[in-house]
Design a protein around this ligand. Sequence first.
Ligand code: URP
Ligand code: ZN
Ligand code: ZN
Ligand code: ZN
Length: 484
Amino acid sequence: MTKVIKGGTIVTADLSYEADVLIDGGVIVEIGPDLKGDEVLDATGCYIMPGGIDPHTHLEMPFMGTYSSDDFESGTRAALAGGTTMVVDFALPSPGQGLLDALQMWDNKSTRANCDYSFHMAITWWDKQVFDEMEAVVREKGINTFKHFMAYKGSLMVNDDEMYSSFKRCAELGALPLVHAENGDVVAELSAQLLAQGNVGPEAHAYSRPPQVEGEATNRAIMIADMAGVPLYVVHTSCEESHEAIRRARQAGKRVYGEPLIQHLTLDEGEYFNQDWDHAARRVMSPPFRNKQHQDSLWAGLQAGSLSCVATDHCAFTTDQKRYGVGDFTKIPNGTGGLEDRLPMLWTYGVGTGRLTMNEFVAVTSTNIAKILNIYPRKGAVLVGADADLVVWDPEKEKTITAGSQQSAIDYNVFEGKHVKGLPRFTLTRGKVAVHDGEIRTEEGHGEFVKRAPNAPVNAALSTWKELTAPRPVQRSGIPASGV
Ligand code: URP
Ligand code: ZN
Ligand code: ZN
Ligand code: ZN
Protein backbone atom coordinates (compact mmCIF):
# COMPACT_ATOMS: atom_id res chain seq x y z
CA MET A 1 0.00 0.00 0.00
CA THR A 2 1.51 3.33 -1.08
CA LYS A 3 1.12 6.70 0.64
CA VAL A 4 1.38 10.10 -0.90
CA ILE A 5 2.00 13.36 0.95
CA LYS A 6 0.28 16.01 -1.15
CA GLY A 7 0.18 19.77 -1.38
CA GLY A 8 3.12 20.68 0.84
CA THR A 9 6.48 22.37 0.48
CA ILE A 10 9.54 20.15 0.88
CA VAL A 11 12.13 21.78 3.11
CA THR A 12 15.58 20.21 3.27
CA ALA A 13 18.91 21.45 4.56
CA ASP A 14 19.60 23.22 1.29
CA LEU A 15 16.35 23.65 -0.63
CA SER A 16 12.65 24.54 -0.30
CA TYR A 17 10.26 23.60 -3.13
CA GLU A 18 6.72 22.42 -3.74
CA ALA A 19 6.31 18.73 -4.53
CA ASP A 20 4.45 15.59 -3.48
CA VAL A 21 6.21 12.64 -1.89
CA LEU A 22 5.30 9.03 -2.72
CA ILE A 23 6.16 6.33 -0.21
CA ASP A 24 6.23 2.59 -0.68
CA GLY A 25 7.64 -0.08 1.61
CA GLY A 26 8.94 2.45 4.12
CA VAL A 27 11.06 4.41 1.65
CA ILE A 28 10.57 7.42 -0.58
CA VAL A 29 10.03 6.16 -4.14
CA GLU A 30 9.12 9.35 -6.00
CA ILE A 31 9.15 13.12 -5.53
CA GLY A 32 7.33 15.39 -7.96
CA PRO A 33 4.08 17.09 -8.92
CA ASP A 34 0.66 15.40 -8.97
CA LEU A 35 1.65 12.03 -7.55
CA LYS A 36 -0.98 9.42 -6.72
CA GLY A 37 -1.02 6.84 -3.94
CA ASP A 38 -3.41 4.53 -2.08
CA GLU A 39 -3.53 6.78 0.97
CA VAL A 40 -3.30 10.57 0.83
CA LEU A 41 -1.85 12.73 3.58
CA ASP A 42 -2.86 16.34 3.09
CA ALA A 43 0.12 18.65 3.61
CA THR A 44 -1.56 21.87 2.45
CA GLY A 45 0.10 24.80 4.21
CA CYS A 46 2.78 22.52 5.68
CA TYR A 47 6.49 21.84 5.27
CA ILE A 48 7.65 18.30 4.55
CA MET A 49 10.99 17.85 6.30
CA PRO A 50 13.30 14.99 7.24
CA GLY A 51 12.22 13.73 10.67
CA GLY A 52 14.37 14.95 13.53
CA ILE A 53 17.32 12.86 14.67
CA ASP A 54 18.18 13.23 18.34
CA PRO A 55 21.79 12.11 18.71
CA HIS A 56 21.78 12.22 22.51
CA THR A 57 19.27 10.36 24.69
CA HIS A 58 19.45 8.23 27.84
CA LEU A 59 16.43 5.94 27.93
CA GLU A 60 16.12 3.59 30.91
CA MET A 61 19.66 4.51 31.89
CA PRO A 62 21.11 3.26 35.18
CA PHE A 63 22.52 6.40 36.77
CA MET A 64 23.14 7.86 40.22
CA GLY A 65 21.42 5.01 42.04
CA THR A 66 18.31 4.85 39.87
CA TYR A 67 17.09 4.50 36.27
CA SER A 68 15.95 7.32 34.01
CA SER A 69 12.17 7.03 33.81
CA ASP A 70 11.50 7.18 30.09
CA ASP A 71 12.24 3.83 28.47
CA PHE A 72 12.51 3.08 24.76
CA GLU A 73 8.72 2.90 24.46
CA SER A 74 7.71 6.16 26.14
CA GLY A 75 10.87 7.94 25.00
CA THR A 76 10.42 7.16 21.31
CA ARG A 77 6.68 7.88 21.56
CA ALA A 78 7.58 11.32 22.91
CA ALA A 79 10.11 11.70 20.10
CA LEU A 80 7.57 10.93 17.38
CA ALA A 81 4.93 13.18 18.97
CA GLY A 82 7.39 16.04 18.50
CA GLY A 83 8.55 15.15 14.98
CA THR A 84 11.72 13.23 15.86
CA THR A 85 12.03 9.91 14.02
CA MET A 86 15.36 8.57 15.24
CA VAL A 87 17.23 8.61 18.54
CA VAL A 88 20.80 7.65 19.36
CA ASP A 89 21.17 6.35 22.90
CA PHE A 90 24.25 5.41 24.91
CA ALA A 91 25.26 1.85 25.83
CA LEU A 92 27.08 2.26 29.14
CA PRO A 93 29.27 -0.60 30.38
CA SER A 94 29.67 -0.55 34.14
CA PRO A 95 33.31 -0.58 35.28
CA GLY A 96 34.84 -3.93 34.33
CA GLN A 97 31.93 -4.90 32.09
CA GLY A 98 32.71 -5.80 28.47
CA LEU A 99 31.41 -3.62 25.66
CA LEU A 100 29.58 -6.46 23.92
CA ASP A 101 27.99 -7.52 27.17
CA ALA A 102 26.71 -3.99 27.78
CA LEU A 103 25.46 -3.78 24.22
CA GLN A 104 23.38 -6.91 24.77
CA MET A 105 21.66 -5.19 27.70
CA TRP A 106 20.82 -2.15 25.57
CA ASP A 107 19.64 -4.39 22.72
CA ASN A 108 17.18 -5.97 25.15
CA LYS A 109 15.78 -2.64 26.31
CA SER A 110 15.39 -1.20 22.83
CA THR A 111 13.10 -3.89 21.42
CA ARG A 112 10.14 -1.70 22.44
CA ALA A 113 11.21 1.33 20.38
CA ASN A 114 8.53 3.02 18.28
CA CYS A 115 11.05 4.62 15.92
CA ASP A 116 14.48 3.76 14.58
CA TYR A 117 17.45 4.10 16.87
CA SER A 118 21.14 3.51 17.19
CA PHE A 119 23.70 3.46 20.01
CA HIS A 120 26.89 5.22 20.92
CA MET A 121 29.19 2.94 22.93
CA ALA A 122 30.62 4.50 26.09
CA ILE A 123 34.21 3.93 27.15
CA THR A 124 33.95 3.98 30.95
CA TRP A 125 37.16 2.10 31.77
CA TRP A 126 40.18 0.93 29.82
CA ASP A 127 42.18 -2.23 29.32
CA LYS A 128 43.05 -4.71 26.57
CA GLN A 129 39.56 -6.23 26.54
CA VAL A 130 38.02 -2.82 25.83
CA PHE A 131 40.65 -2.13 23.15
CA ASP A 132 39.92 -5.48 21.49
CA GLU A 133 36.14 -5.31 21.72
CA MET A 134 36.04 -1.86 20.13
CA GLU A 135 36.79 -3.53 16.81
CA ALA A 136 33.80 -5.87 17.02
CA VAL A 137 31.59 -2.98 18.15
CA VAL A 138 32.52 -1.10 14.97
CA ARG A 139 32.85 -3.88 12.41
CA GLU A 140 30.17 -6.32 13.57
CA LYS A 141 27.71 -4.25 15.55
CA GLY A 142 27.56 -1.18 13.32
CA ILE A 143 28.46 1.40 15.95
CA ASN A 144 30.92 4.09 14.84
CA THR A 145 30.88 6.40 17.86
CA PHE A 146 32.48 6.08 21.32
CA LYS A 147 31.52 8.33 24.21
CA HIS A 148 33.96 9.48 26.91
CA PHE A 149 32.88 11.11 30.17
CA MET A 150 35.45 13.60 31.45
CA ALA A 151 33.14 14.16 34.45
CA TYR A 152 31.36 11.93 37.02
CA LYS A 153 34.55 11.13 38.90
CA GLY A 154 34.40 7.73 40.57
CA SER A 155 31.78 6.32 38.20
CA LEU A 156 31.85 7.02 34.46
CA MET A 157 34.88 9.33 34.22
CA VAL A 158 37.98 8.40 32.20
CA ASN A 159 41.39 10.03 32.56
CA ASP A 160 43.53 11.64 29.86
CA ASP A 161 45.71 8.55 29.27
CA GLU A 162 42.61 6.38 28.81
CA MET A 163 41.04 8.96 26.56
CA TYR A 164 44.16 9.29 24.41
CA SER A 165 44.39 5.50 24.03
CA SER A 166 40.74 5.23 23.13
CA PHE A 167 40.90 8.16 20.69
CA LYS A 168 43.86 6.51 18.91
CA ARG A 169 41.87 3.28 18.70
CA CYS A 170 38.94 5.24 17.24
CA ALA A 171 41.31 6.70 14.62
CA GLU A 172 42.46 3.19 13.63
CA LEU A 173 38.88 1.92 13.38
CA GLY A 174 37.49 4.93 11.51
CA ALA A 175 35.24 5.76 14.46
CA LEU A 176 34.30 9.10 16.02
CA PRO A 177 34.96 9.85 19.72
CA LEU A 178 32.40 11.87 21.68
CA VAL A 179 33.12 13.69 24.93
CA HIS A 180 31.12 14.95 27.85
CA ALA A 181 33.54 17.78 28.49
CA GLU A 182 33.69 18.91 32.12
CA ASN A 183 36.78 18.70 34.33
CA GLY A 184 35.58 15.99 36.73
CA ASP A 185 38.42 16.49 39.21
CA VAL A 186 37.63 20.17 39.68
CA VAL A 187 33.88 19.50 39.86
CA ALA A 188 34.50 16.95 42.64
CA GLU A 189 36.64 19.46 44.58
CA LEU A 190 34.17 22.30 44.16
CA SER A 191 31.25 20.08 45.15
CA ALA A 192 32.93 18.98 48.38
CA GLN A 193 33.86 22.58 49.18
CA LEU A 194 30.32 23.83 48.55
CA LEU A 195 28.77 21.12 50.71
CA ALA A 196 31.22 21.88 53.53
CA GLN A 197 30.16 25.53 53.34
CA GLY A 198 26.49 24.61 53.70
CA ASN A 199 25.65 25.07 50.02
CA VAL A 200 23.46 21.98 49.76
CA GLY A 201 20.58 23.13 47.52
CA PRO A 202 20.13 22.58 43.78
CA GLU A 203 21.64 26.01 42.99
CA ALA A 204 24.96 24.63 44.24
CA HIS A 205 24.90 22.17 41.35
CA ALA A 206 25.36 25.17 39.04
CA TYR A 207 28.04 26.70 41.29
CA SER A 208 29.97 23.42 41.18
CA ARG A 209 30.14 23.36 37.37
CA PRO A 210 31.13 26.83 36.17
CA PRO A 211 31.81 27.45 32.46
CA GLN A 212 35.56 27.18 33.11
CA VAL A 213 35.34 23.45 33.87
CA GLU A 214 33.64 22.95 30.54
CA GLY A 215 35.92 25.25 28.55
CA GLU A 216 39.03 23.60 29.95
CA ALA A 217 37.83 20.06 29.29
CA THR A 218 36.60 20.90 25.79
CA ASN A 219 39.95 22.39 24.83
CA ARG A 220 41.80 19.42 26.38
CA ALA A 221 39.69 16.89 24.48
CA ILE A 222 40.18 18.82 21.23
CA MET A 223 43.95 18.82 21.62
CA ILE A 224 44.04 15.13 22.57
CA ALA A 225 41.89 14.26 19.55
CA ASP A 226 44.17 16.30 17.31
CA MET A 227 47.22 14.41 18.61
CA ALA A 228 45.39 11.10 18.16
CA GLY A 229 44.47 12.11 14.61
CA VAL A 230 40.72 11.72 14.95
CA PRO A 231 37.68 14.01 14.59
CA LEU A 232 35.81 14.91 17.80
CA TYR A 233 32.17 15.48 18.75
CA VAL A 234 31.51 17.51 21.90
CA VAL A 235 28.10 16.72 23.42
CA HIS A 236 25.97 19.27 25.25
CA THR A 237 28.06 22.37 24.54
CA SER A 238 26.49 24.85 26.94
CA CYS A 239 28.74 27.90 27.20
CA GLU A 240 30.89 30.40 25.35
CA GLU A 241 34.11 28.93 26.81
CA SER A 242 33.41 25.56 25.26
CA HIS A 243 32.03 27.05 22.05
CA GLU A 244 35.12 29.27 21.80
CA ALA A 245 37.40 26.23 21.96
CA ILE A 246 35.36 24.49 19.26
CA ARG A 247 35.24 27.61 17.08
CA ARG A 248 38.99 28.12 17.38
CA ALA A 249 39.68 24.48 16.53
CA ARG A 250 37.44 24.53 13.48
CA GLN A 251 39.08 27.73 12.28
CA ALA A 252 42.42 25.95 12.55
CA GLY A 253 41.15 23.11 10.35
CA LYS A 254 40.45 20.63 13.13
CA ARG A 255 37.42 18.41 12.60
CA VAL A 256 35.39 19.20 15.72
CA TYR A 257 31.62 19.29 16.14
CA GLY A 258 29.61 20.95 18.92
CA GLU A 259 26.13 19.97 20.06
CA PRO A 260 24.05 22.51 22.00
CA LEU A 261 20.89 21.24 23.70
CA ILE A 262 17.48 22.83 23.27
CA GLN A 263 17.42 23.27 27.07
CA HIS A 264 20.61 25.37 27.11
CA LEU A 265 19.36 27.44 24.17
CA THR A 266 16.07 28.36 25.83
CA LEU A 267 16.34 28.02 29.63
CA ASP A 268 18.75 29.92 31.87
CA GLU A 269 20.43 29.62 35.26
CA GLY A 270 17.66 31.64 36.93
CA GLU A 271 15.75 28.32 37.14
CA TYR A 272 18.08 27.17 39.94
CA PHE A 273 17.24 30.18 42.13
CA ASN A 274 13.53 29.35 42.17
CA GLN A 275 12.12 29.28 45.74
CA ASP A 276 10.58 25.89 45.05
CA TRP A 277 13.18 23.14 45.67
CA ASP A 278 11.41 20.75 43.29
CA HIS A 279 11.35 23.33 40.49
CA ALA A 280 15.12 23.88 40.77
CA ALA A 281 16.03 20.20 41.24
CA ARG A 282 14.00 19.12 38.23
CA ARG A 283 16.31 21.27 36.13
CA VAL A 284 19.55 19.87 37.54
CA MET A 285 21.59 18.52 34.68
CA SER A 286 25.23 18.61 33.62
CA PRO A 287 26.36 21.02 32.36
CA PRO A 288 23.87 23.31 34.12
CA PHE A 289 21.80 26.00 32.46
CA ARG A 290 23.80 29.21 31.87
CA ASN A 291 23.13 32.94 31.56
CA LYS A 292 21.83 34.86 28.53
CA GLN A 293 25.31 35.66 27.16
CA HIS A 294 26.06 31.96 26.88
CA GLN A 295 22.69 31.36 25.22
CA ASP A 296 23.46 34.08 22.66
CA SER A 297 26.80 32.41 21.97
CA LEU A 298 25.08 29.07 21.27
CA TRP A 299 22.53 30.62 18.91
CA ALA A 300 25.33 32.45 17.12
CA GLY A 301 27.21 29.16 16.78
CA LEU A 302 24.23 27.56 15.06
CA GLN A 303 23.99 30.55 12.73
CA ALA A 304 27.70 30.62 11.98
CA GLY A 305 28.05 26.86 11.60
CA SER A 306 30.59 26.54 14.43
CA LEU A 307 28.00 24.42 16.28
CA SER A 308 26.48 21.59 14.31
CA CYS A 309 23.48 19.84 15.91
CA VAL A 310 20.76 20.50 18.47
CA ALA A 311 20.04 17.57 20.80
CA THR A 312 18.16 16.98 24.08
CA ASP A 313 20.29 14.67 26.24
CA HIS A 314 16.84 13.37 27.23
CA CYS A 315 17.40 11.76 30.63
CA ALA A 316 14.15 12.08 32.54
CA PHE A 317 13.80 11.62 36.29
CA THR A 318 10.57 12.00 38.26
CA THR A 319 10.21 14.48 41.12
CA ASP A 320 10.48 11.60 43.59
CA GLN A 321 13.78 10.57 42.02
CA LYS A 322 15.06 14.15 42.12
CA ARG A 323 14.26 14.20 45.85
CA TYR A 324 17.06 11.68 46.51
CA GLY A 325 19.14 14.85 46.65
CA VAL A 326 17.27 16.77 49.37
CA GLY A 327 20.00 18.06 51.70
CA ASP A 328 22.82 17.15 49.28
CA PHE A 329 22.76 18.51 45.72
CA THR A 330 25.34 15.96 44.55
CA LYS A 331 22.71 13.22 44.98
CA ILE A 332 20.10 14.83 42.72
CA PRO A 333 19.99 12.59 39.61
CA ASN A 334 21.41 14.66 36.74
CA GLY A 335 19.21 14.97 33.70
CA THR A 336 16.25 16.66 32.03
CA GLY A 337 13.70 15.71 29.37
CA GLY A 338 13.02 17.35 26.02
CA LEU A 339 12.45 14.72 23.31
CA GLU A 340 8.90 15.83 22.50
CA ASP A 341 9.73 19.53 22.67
CA ARG A 342 13.05 19.88 20.82
CA LEU A 343 11.63 20.61 17.37
CA PRO A 344 8.68 22.83 18.41
CA MET A 345 10.92 24.82 20.80
CA LEU A 346 13.72 25.25 18.23
CA TRP A 347 11.24 26.22 15.53
CA THR A 348 9.50 28.75 17.79
CA TYR A 349 12.63 30.32 19.27
CA GLY A 350 14.82 29.83 16.18
CA VAL A 351 12.81 30.04 12.97
CA GLY A 352 10.00 32.04 14.60
CA THR A 353 12.42 34.75 15.75
CA GLY A 354 14.51 34.86 12.57
CA ARG A 355 17.57 33.40 14.27
CA LEU A 356 17.46 30.37 11.94
CA THR A 357 16.19 29.77 8.44
CA MET A 358 13.95 26.76 7.85
CA ASN A 359 16.81 25.09 5.98
CA GLU A 360 19.20 25.72 8.88
CA PHE A 361 16.56 24.23 11.17
CA VAL A 362 16.58 21.01 9.14
CA ALA A 363 20.37 20.99 9.07
CA VAL A 364 20.79 21.26 12.84
CA THR A 365 17.94 18.92 13.79
CA SER A 366 18.56 16.18 11.24
CA THR A 367 20.86 16.43 8.23
CA ASN A 368 24.11 17.47 9.89
CA ILE A 369 24.00 14.65 12.42
CA ALA A 370 23.02 12.13 9.74
CA LYS A 371 26.21 13.09 7.89
CA ILE A 372 28.36 13.03 11.04
CA LEU A 373 27.02 9.57 11.97
CA ASN A 374 27.49 8.34 8.38
CA ILE A 375 23.85 7.44 7.80
CA TYR A 376 23.13 10.15 5.23
CA PRO A 377 21.12 10.07 2.96
CA ARG A 378 19.26 7.04 4.29
CA LYS A 379 18.35 9.35 7.19
CA GLY A 380 18.26 13.15 7.30
CA ALA A 381 17.15 13.56 3.67
CA VAL A 382 14.05 13.88 1.52
CA LEU A 383 15.35 11.99 -1.50
CA VAL A 384 14.25 8.99 -3.54
CA GLY A 385 15.62 5.90 -1.82
CA ALA A 386 15.80 7.50 1.63
CA ASP A 387 13.81 6.06 4.54
CA ALA A 388 10.40 7.70 4.80
CA ASP A 389 11.23 9.22 8.20
CA LEU A 390 9.38 12.47 7.68
CA VAL A 391 7.61 15.19 9.54
CA VAL A 392 4.80 17.17 7.95
CA TRP A 393 5.18 20.41 9.85
CA ASP A 394 2.28 22.78 10.36
CA PRO A 395 3.71 26.25 11.03
CA GLU A 396 0.32 27.52 12.24
CA LYS A 397 -0.38 24.83 14.81
CA GLU A 398 0.14 26.10 18.37
CA LYS A 399 0.09 24.81 21.92
CA THR A 400 1.26 25.60 25.41
CA ILE A 401 3.63 22.93 26.68
CA THR A 402 2.37 21.18 29.78
CA ALA A 403 3.23 17.95 31.56
CA GLY A 404 -0.43 16.98 31.66
CA SER A 405 -0.53 16.26 27.94
CA GLN A 406 3.03 15.05 27.27
CA GLN A 407 4.08 11.54 26.24
CA SER A 408 7.04 11.36 28.62
CA ALA A 409 6.47 9.24 31.72
CA ILE A 410 7.59 11.90 34.19
CA ASP A 411 5.36 14.23 36.22
CA TYR A 412 6.65 17.62 35.02
CA ASN A 413 8.16 19.34 32.01
CA VAL A 414 11.07 21.79 32.16
CA PHE A 415 9.38 23.80 29.38
CA GLU A 416 6.04 23.98 31.24
CA GLY A 417 4.06 27.05 30.14
CA LYS A 418 6.13 27.79 27.03
CA HIS A 419 3.95 28.62 24.05
CA VAL A 420 5.10 27.01 20.80
CA LYS A 421 3.94 27.70 17.26
CA GLY A 422 4.93 25.05 14.72
CA LEU A 423 4.05 21.40 15.38
CA PRO A 424 3.78 18.13 13.45
CA ARG A 425 0.59 17.44 11.51
CA PHE A 426 1.97 14.00 10.63
CA THR A 427 5.09 12.15 11.69
CA LEU A 428 6.12 9.12 9.64
CA THR A 429 8.58 6.49 10.76
CA ARG A 430 9.71 4.40 7.77
CA GLY A 431 6.40 5.18 6.11
CA LYS A 432 4.21 4.35 9.09
CA VAL A 433 2.11 7.30 10.25
CA ALA A 434 2.86 7.55 13.97
CA VAL A 435 1.29 10.95 14.53
CA HIS A 436 -1.89 11.72 12.62
CA ASP A 437 -3.23 15.22 13.14
CA GLY A 438 -2.69 15.20 16.88
CA GLU A 439 -3.54 11.54 17.32
CA ILE A 440 -0.73 9.21 18.46
CA ARG A 441 -0.65 5.98 16.46
CA THR A 442 2.74 4.62 17.46
CA GLU A 443 3.50 0.91 17.24
CA GLU A 444 5.66 -0.57 19.96
CA GLY A 445 8.57 -2.50 18.45
CA HIS A 446 8.31 -0.86 15.03
CA GLY A 447 11.69 0.82 15.55
CA GLU A 448 14.76 -0.89 14.13
CA PHE A 449 18.43 -0.61 14.98
CA VAL A 450 20.32 1.44 12.39
CA LYS A 451 23.82 0.18 11.69
CA ARG A 452 26.39 2.86 10.99
CA ALA A 453 29.48 2.13 8.95
CA PRO A 454 32.92 3.44 9.99
CA ASN A 455 35.17 5.73 7.95
CA ALA A 456 32.78 8.61 7.36
CA PRO A 457 34.17 11.02 4.73
CA VAL A 458 35.62 13.35 7.39
CA ASN A 459 37.44 10.45 9.11
CA ALA A 460 38.85 9.32 5.80
CA ALA A 461 40.01 12.82 4.86
CA LEU A 462 41.60 13.45 8.24
CA SER A 463 43.44 10.09 8.16
CA THR A 464 44.82 10.96 4.74
CA TRP A 465 46.03 14.33 6.00
CA LYS A 466 47.53 12.90 9.21
CA GLU A 467 49.34 10.23 7.22
CA LEU A 468 50.69 12.83 4.79
CA THR A 469 51.95 15.06 7.61
CA ALA A 470 53.18 12.31 9.98
CA PRO A 471 56.74 12.66 11.36
CA ARG A 472 59.29 11.02 9.04
CA PRO A 473 63.05 10.67 9.34
CA VAL A 474 64.99 13.01 7.06
CA GLN A 475 66.91 11.01 4.42
CA ARG A 476 70.53 12.29 4.46
CA SER A 477 73.31 11.30 2.09
CA GLY A 478 76.32 12.06 4.19
CA ILE A 479 76.19 11.18 7.85
CA PRO A 480 79.05 12.68 9.90
CA ALA A 481 81.19 10.35 11.96
CA SER A 482 80.17 10.03 15.58
CA GLY A 483 81.87 12.60 17.78
CA VAL A 484 82.34 10.09 20.57
O1 URP B 1 22.86 15.68 33.37
C1 URP B 1 22.96 14.94 32.40
N1 URP B 1 23.41 15.44 31.28
N2 URP B 1 22.57 13.64 32.52
C2 URP B 1 22.72 12.63 31.57
C3 URP B 1 24.10 12.07 31.51
C4 URP B 1 25.02 12.99 30.76
O2 URP B 1 25.92 13.57 31.35
O3 URP B 1 24.88 13.18 29.56
ZN1 ZN C 1 26.87 14.23 29.56
ZN1 ZN D 1 23.98 12.66 28.06
ZN1 ZN E 1 5.83 -1.54 11.99
